[in-house]
Design a protein around this ligand. Structure first.
Ligand SMILES: NC(=O)C1=CN([C@@H]2O[C@H](COP(=O)(O)OP(=O)(O)OC[C@H]3O[C@@H](n4cnc5c(N)ncnc54)[C@H](O)[C@@H]3O)[C@@H](O)[C@H]2O)C=CC1
Ligand SMILES: N[C@@H](CC=O)C(=O)O
Ligand code: NA
Length: 447
C-alpha cells in the first residue's frame, strides 16, 4: 500500500499527533446524524484526516432528553464548549441567527475553524463571518447550507474558480419540491404533505421558511455571491413561495406539457451598455416536462450551472434530510481537520466583482396567466390589447369552458417582468375579466 493516508492509520505516527477536537452545536435532524457518523466512522476519519477526530461536547437545549451519545458529552452551555482549548472545529447545526451568529464569530475569532449548514445566517452575515475567518486564518465551510448532500459550493468556489459563471438555477428546497411532487403525483393535500416533510426531517424548524421561499432565497443569495464574486444577501433576492400554488394549477400546467417547481435562479444580467448586474430570484414556475429539472421529485434537489467555458453542468441528489446533510457537513469537517493537521486553508470569500443587483422588474421573463372571463364576443381582443399596449408578445392562448366557467389562459413570450406584471394589473381592472386566478412564470424554454 502506498500513500500517507493508509500509512497514517497503520503506524504509531498518527497516535503521536494531537487529536482534532470537535464541538457540535445542536443535536437535531442533522446534528444527531453528524454525531453518529463521527462516532461510527472514527477509524476511517482518523486515517483520512491524519489524526483522531474526537467529539469534545454536544450543545443541546434539553439535557434531559435521551440521546445516542454519552451524557457526559452533553451541555446546554455552547459558549463554554466552544471556548475550550481542546476544541479545534465548531460544527454549528442549531440553525437561526441568534445565538448562532455570535457563537460562530467567537469561535472564529478564537482561532477555531467552523463548519455550518445555516443558510439563513450565511445569507445575511457571510461577510462578517468570512472576515472573521480570514482575520484569524481559519476555515469557514458551509457545503451543507445549499442543496444538502449535493456538492455545489465547492464546485463553484474551487472547480469553476477559473471560469465565468453565467447562470446557476435549480431546485434547492427539498420540502417544497416534496410538496409539489406529492400534490402533482397523488393529488395529496398541501397541509398533510407539509407535515410529512417535517416528520421526514426536511422542513425547517419554522416551515414558513420553506413554503414562502425564504430558505430557497437564502440559498440563492449564497449561490449568487459565490458564482458572481459579489455580495448578495437574502434581501437582494426576489422571493415568492408556493403557498398560492393549487392542485388546479398543477393540472392546468400538464395541459401545457409542463409541471410546476419552485426555482432559485441566479443570473449574470448583461445590459446593452455592456455593464453587468446580478439577478437572484425565487418563484414557482412552469417548466416543460422535457426539462431536466421536471424529473427532480420528492426531497431531491438539482442545480444547473452554466459557465462560459465549462458549458452546462448539472448537480443532482438529496437536498434535505438528516444523513444526506450530515454527509456534506462531514466532508467540510474532514477538510477543516486536514488543514489543521497538515496546514493550508480553504478558499477565502471572493467579492471583488461587486456587481449590482438587477431588480425583478428589469429581468426578462415569460408569464402564464389563467383568468375567468365574461363569455361574450370581443373579450379575447380586449385582453390581447392590454399585452400589445405594453409590447408583450403572446405565445399561446387557450380558451376553456363556457358561460360562467369561461376561462382564458395566456402564455407570453419573454419581456421585462415589469411589463408582464403591468399586464396582469390591467387585466385585473378589466370588466371582462372576472378573476385572474393564477399567475406563474414559465422557465426552461428558449423563446
Ligand atoms: N434538515 C435538513 O434537511 C437541513 C438542515 N440544514 C440546516 O441545518 C441546521 C440544523 O437543521 P436541523 O437539524 O434540521 O434542525 P433541528 O431543528 O432538527 O435541530 C436543531 C437543534 O438545535 C437545537 N438548538 C437550537 N438552539 C440551541 C441552543 N441555543 N443551544 C443548544 N441547542 C440548540 C434544537 O433544540 C434542535 O435540537 C439548520 O441551520 C438548517 O437550516 C441545512 C440543510 C438541510
Ligand atoms: N428545509 C430545507 C432543508 C435543507 O436545506 C429543505 O427543505 O430543503
Ligand atoms: Na451542498
Amino acid at each position: 500500500m502506498t500513500g500517507s493516508v493508509q500509512n497514517a492509520s497503520d503506524t504509531s505516527e498518527v497516535n503521536a499527533v494531537r487529536p482534532i477536537g470537535v464541538a457540535v452545536l445542536g443535536m437535531g435532524n442533522v446534528g444527531a446524524e453528524v454525531v453518529r457518523i463521527i462516532t461510527d466512522n472514527a477509524d476511517d476519519l482518523r486515517a483520512r484526516v491524519g489524526a483522531p477526530v474526537e467529539i469534545r461536547g454536544v450543545a443541546v437545549r434539553d439535557l434531559s432528553r435521551p440521546r445516542k451519545i454519552g451524557q457526559e458529552l452533553l451541555t446546554d452551555d455552547p459558549a463554554s464548549l466552544i471556548a475550550r482549548d481542546d476544541v479545534d472545529i465548531v460544527v454549528e447545526l442549531m440553525g437561526g441567527i441568534d445565538p448562532a451568529r455570535a457563537l460562530i464569530r467567537t469561535a472564529l475569532e478564537s482561532g477555531k475553524s467552523v463548519v455550518t449548514a445555516n443558510k439563513a445566517l450565511l445569507a445575511e452575515y457571510t461577510g462578517e463571518l468570512a472576515s472573521a475567518a480570514a482575520e484569524a486564518k481559519v476555515d469557514l465551510y458551509f457545503e451543507a447550507a445549499v442543496a444538502g448532500a449535493i456538492p455545489v459550493i465547492r464546485p463553484l468556489m474551487q472547480s469553476l474558480a477559473g471560469d465565468t459563471v453565467e447562470r446557476v438555477a435549480g431546485i434547492v428546497n427539498g420540502t417544497t419540491n416534496f410538496i409539489l411532487s406529492e400534490m402533482d403525483e397523488t393529488g395529496a393535500d398541501y397541509a398533510d404533505t407539509l407535515a410529512e416533510a417535517g416528520r421526514l426531517g426536511y422542513a425547517e424548524a419554522d416551515p414558513t421558511a420553506d413554503v414562502e421561499g425564504y430558505d430557497a432565497a437564502a440559498k440563492a443569495a449564497i449561490l449568487a455571491s459565490i458564482a458572481f464574486h459579489s455580495r448578495v444577501t437574502a434581501a437582494d433576492v426576489h422571493r415568492e413561495g408556493i403557498s398560492s400554488v393549487t392542485a388546479a394549477d398543477l393540472v392546468a400546467a400538464k395541459k401545457f406539457d409542463c409541471t410546476i417547481k419552485l426555482l432559485s435562479i441566479c443570473e449574470r444580467v448583461r445590459d446593452v451598455d455592456g455593464s453587468q448586474r446580478v439577478s437572484a430570484r425565487v418563484y414557482p414556475a412552469l417548466i416543460p416536462l422535457t426539462h431536466p429539472l421536471a424529473t427532480v421529485n420528492g426531497a431531491f434537489n438539482a442545480v444547473v450551472v452554466e459557465a462560459e467555458n465549462a458549458g452546462r453542468l448539472m448537480f443532482y441528489g438529496q437536498g434535505a434530510g438528516g444523513s444526506p446533510t450530515a454527509s456534506a457537513v462531514l466532508g467540510d469537517m474532514v477538510m477543516a481537520a486536514r488543514n489543521r493537521v497538515h496546514g493550508g486553508r480553504g478558499p477565502l470569500e471572493s467579492t471583488y466583482a461587486s456587481l449590482p443587483i438587477a431588480p425583478i422588474d428589469d429581468v426578462f421573463t415569460r408569464y402564464y396567466i389563467s383568468m375567468r372571463v365574461a363569455d361574450r364576443p370581443g373579450v379575447l381582443a380586449q385582453v390581447a390589447g392590454e399585452f400589445t399596449k405594453r409590447s408583450v408578445s403572446i405565445a399561446a392562448v387557450r380558451q376553456e369552458g363556457a358561460g360562467d366557467d369561461a376561462r382564458l389562459i395566456v402564455v407570453t413570450h419573454r419581456a421585462p417582468d415589469r411589463a408582464q406584471s403591468d399586464c396582469v394589473a390591467a387585466l385585473e381592472d378589466m370588466d371582462a375579466v372576472i378573476k385572474v386566478s393564477s399567475v406563474l412564470r414559465l422557465e426552461g424554454t428558449d423563446d
